[in-house]
Design a protein around this ligand. Structure first.
Ligand code: NAP
Ligand code: 3JN
Length: 337
C-alpha cells in the first residue's frame, strides 16, 4: 500500500518507448508530485539520457533490487517484461501500474479507468492494470449510458493509429509514405502488409475463434471494468495509416430507449468526455482534432433506426494519452489523493 507523502519516487519502465515517452510528458505536464524519477528500458538503452523537467536522467536496466525505494512504477515495456518484473517491483513495496495485457484479466488485479471504476483501486495488492487503449476510450463513453439505460449489446469497429504498435511502426508509416511518394520500393517489417495508403483488418494475433487478440481484449476487459458480465460486445479492430488517435464506430443497444438528444445530454455531463457533434457545421471528432487531447470526443450521435433501442456514434481519443499514459497517471493521482 502506498504511504501518503508530499512527493514520491516514481519509475517509468519502458521509458524510451512511445508510451513511456508519453508517460514522462504526462507526469511533467500534470505536475505529479515527484521527489525523483527513475527511468528503465532494455540493456540497449542503458546509460542513454532522457529529458525530464529540464534535467537529464540516465536510463537504467532492470535488476532484482532496482525497485528498492521506488513508490510507484509505471510499466510499459510489454507483457513479457511485466510478467517477470511487476511481481518483483510489487514485492519491493512499490505499486505497479501496468500498461500491458499481462495482468488485466487476473482476478487478483484491478483493471481501472478512473472515470468508470476508481472504486476498484481499493482492493489492489501491489499491481494495478491499465486497460487496452481501444477499451479505455469505449468504456469512458459506455459507462454513463449504461448507468441510465442499461446497455445490452455493443458492436464496435476500430480505426487504430500506428502509434498503438510503438515507435517502430510510426517510423514504418513515415518511411513507407515518403518512399511511395518518391517512387522508391518500400520495405515492410512491422506489419504483414504495407500500412501506408492501406487499411489492415488485423491487430495482434488471430485466435482460434477467428477474432484477433485485440478484439477479444475489448470484449473481456469491458465486462471487467464495467463490473457487468451481461454486456455483450463484438469487435472488429482495424489498423489505419494515422499516426495518433484511435477512432471507433459504436452501435449500442440499450434496455431503455434513449433518443439522440438524451444521449448527447448524458455524455455532455460525463467526466472525460467531450460531445463534439454538429453535423450541420461539419463538426465531428477526427484524429487531427483530438491528437494530444485528454478527453474522448464523441460525435455522429444518432438513433439506430434498424432496432428498437439503439444508438450509433463515432468516438475518437488519443491512444497514447487517454489510451495509455494519461490513464496510468490518473490512476497514480487517485492513489495519492
Ligand atoms: P515501443 O515504442 O516499442 O517501446 C518498448 C519499450 O519497452 C522501450 O522502452 C523498450 O526499451 C522497452 N523494452 C523492451 N525490451 C525490454 C527489456 N527486456 N527490458 C526493459 N525494457 C524493455 O512500445 P510502446 O508502444 O511504448 O508499448 C510498450 C508496451 O506498452 C506494449 O508492449 C504494451 O504492453 C503496452 N501498451 C499498452 C497500450 C494500451 O493500450 N494501454 C498501448 C500501447 C502499448 P528499448 O528502447 O531499450 O528497447
Ligand atoms: O495496437 C494498438 O493500437 C494497441 C496495442 C496494444 C498492445 C501492443 C502490444 C502488446 C498491447 C496491449 O496493450 O494490449 C500489448 C500487450 O500488452 O499485450
Amino acid at each position: 500500500m502506498l504511504k501518503k507523502k508530499n512527493s514520491y519516487v516514481v519509475a517509468v519502465v519502458g521509458a524510451t518507448g512511445a508510451v513511456g515517452q508519453e508517460m514522462m510528458l504526462t507526469l511533467e505536464q500534470r505536475d505529479f508530485p515527484i521527489q525523483s524519477l527513475r527511468l528503465f528500458a532494455s540493456e540497449r538503452s542503458e546509460g542513454k539520457e532522457l529529458d525530464f523537467k529540464g534535467q537529464k536522467i540516465k536510463v537504467e536496466r532492470l535488476t532484482d533490487d532496482c525497485f528498492k525505494g521506488i513508490d510507484i512504477a509505471l510499466f510499459s515495456a510489454g507483457a513479457e517484461r511485466s510478467k517477470i518484473w511487476a511481481p518483483v517491483a510489487a514485492k519491493s513495496g512499490c505499486v505497479v501500474i501496468d500498461n500491458s495485457s499481462q495482468w488485466r484479466m487476473d482476478p487478483e488485479v484491478p483493471l481501472v479507468v478512473p472515470e468508470v471504476n476508481s472504486h476498484d483501486l481499493s482492493w489492489h495488492k501491489g499491481i494495478i492494470a491499465n486497460p487496452n487503449c481501444s477499451t479505455i476510450q469505449m468504456v469512458v463513453v459506455l459507462k454513463p449510458i449504461h448507468d441510465v439505460a442499461r446497455i445490452k449489446r455493443v458492436v464496435v469497429t476500430t480505426f487504430q493509429s500506428v502509434s498503438g504498435t510503438g515507435m517502430k511502426a510510426m517510423d514504418e508509416l513515415m518511411t513507407q509514405t515518403t518512399d511511395i511518394l518518391n517512387f522508391r520500393e518500400i520495405k515492410t517489417n512491422v506489419y504483414p502488409y504495407q500500412i501506408a495508403f492501406n487499411v489492415l483488418p488485423h491487430i495482434d494475433k488471430f485466435l482460434e475463434n477467428g477474432y484477433t487478440k485485440e478484439e477479444m481484449k475489448m470484449v473481456n476487459e469491458t465486462k471487467k471494468i464495467m463490473g457487468d458480465d451481461s454486456i455483450r460486445v463484438t469487435a472488429t479492430t482495424v489498423r489505419v495509416p494515422v499516426f495518433r488517435c484511435h477512432s471507433e464506430s459504436l452501435n449500442i443497444e440499450t434496455e431503455k430507449k434513449l433518443t439522440a438528444n438524451e444521449t448527447r445530454a448524458i455524455l455532455a455531463k460525463a467526466k472525460g468526455v467531450i460531445v463534439y457533434d454538429a453535423p450541420d457545421k461539419n463538426i465531428y471528432p477526427m484524429p487531427i482534432i483530438v491528437a494530444d487531447k485528454d478527453e474522448t470526443y464523441v460525435g455522429r450521435i444518432r438513433e439506430d433506426e434498424s432496432i428498437e433501442n439503439g444508438i450509433n456514434m463515432w468516438i475518437v481519443a488519443d491512444n497514447l494519452r487517454k489510451g495509455a499514459a494519461l490513464n496510468a497517471v490518473q490512476i497514480a493521482e487517485e492513489l495519492i489523493k
